[in-house]
Design a protein around this ligand. Sequence first.
Ligand code: MN
Length: 317
Amino acid sequence: MKRVIELLEITSELGAGTRGAGLGVGALKVAALNKKSDFFARYPSITVRDFNEYLFQDYTTKHAIRIEHILHEFVQISGSVCSSLERGSFPFLLSGDHSTAAATIAGIKKYYPTSKLGVIWVDAHADFHSPYTSPSGNVHGMPLAIAAQMDNLEQKVNDVSDETAEYWRKLKAIGGKEPNISPNDIVYIGVRDTEAPEDYIIDKYGVKNFKVDEVKEKGVDKVVEETFNILDDCDIIYVSFDVDSMDPEEISRGTGTPVKNGLSLVDTKHLLNTIVKNEKVCCFEIVEINPCLDDKINKMAETAFDIIDEVSKIVEH
Ligand SMILES: [Mn+2]
């Protein structure tokens, strides 16, 4: 079946610890204009309401910062993703911080409640924290724990307030009672900055992580082949691309939490282009472009734009 892209523009940055990820979509548009690309004219686009106005207010939930407003935002995003799928479209999300991926997953499962959903997570981070384990309290480190309904109390380091616990329960329940994904149906690519509680989950469930060196040694084609073998019993697949998976020295530091020794641009393009060729891929999301932190003017967004321009054409091929 032909996949028809619908862009979802998500400007929320409530889950990030550094300000500016909400400007990622704007930075992509500037890149598109300067490159005289028709990308934003090529596809219909929907803007999802953000709740960034709450950034100007204090928060009370330090182990899951602004979680009550993130919950509101999740309702909007999951609804938009589900509606897009209902229209027969391929939701292509241009997002701010990575917390929203949990809402995207919830939206996919809302439309495909009985399908087994696999997740390809291209990122420097495992994003498997909960309020009970997070060192920062930033929810952009928690989307996979939300989607898999994982508290990881065995590795608890924080005493979480009743208020936080209540919102955390609601956040995990987005999309239904059952977890939206199983940890076994996640494949990481490029993850290289994790904390002990995340390593515990990765080891416990045997989550595969194709590290940067493994990608270099094996080559992208082999990595993609093995990724789809691991996810062989999944009916549909969601691809989540955090730009911090890429090497900050080669590309730019225009992202909230850059980590050295990342994927090269050549490998990243080859990787994503090959992954989205697979017809099981039903949704793509790019996150964490932060032009305020860019040390090379708008290089991160320009690079990210080149990537999504190619990926989008392959999706619709
Ligand atoms: Mn991430």
